[in-house]
Write a protein that binds this ligand. Sequence first.
Ligand code: ADP
Length: 157
Amino acid sequence: MKTAIYPGSFDPVTNGHIDIIRRASKMVDRLVIGVLNNSAKSPLFSVEERVNMLIKVTEDIPGVEVTHFTGLLVDFADSVNARIIVRGLRAVSDFEYELQWAQTNRLVRPNLDTMFLVTDQNYSYLSSSTVRELAKYHGDISKFVPPYVEQKVLNKF
Ligand code: ADP
């Protein structure tokens, strides 16, 4: 059974994330989405809210599980028996950070590989932070997140 993890903040999940989830889930038997519980950040949505939104918007995608984690990514991968980390690449600006972590994680766990999926061009500009910022000033986010998530974001402001 081939298991991959897809870690991130998902604050909130966007159509860009969902595109990566759909594509990655076809490549493995089991894709475990891990919501990072990072105490250093002050997120818009709690971990539970982010997990619940992800469960809702991925319910039609086979082989997907959603959970949360704290601490090291390599330990989270071990805990679900994953040997693949999935990450999305949008622009060159993502690259340096991602390369640094992919290489560090390989040094720490040589049997763990990072698999990068290049974003669909429709979503290359899209990030959770732009969605939060737009919503804060009452901009239209309906093109960027599923209706369920749009409602949850609107309820926050
Ligand atoms: P993080 O805080 O780890 O960057 P994010 O929730 O912002 O968490 O992103 C999780 C993953 O999804 C990252 O690999 C990121 O590059 C990817 N991602 C974010 N937005 C998009 C998008 N619009 N298209 C493709 N991948 C994306």
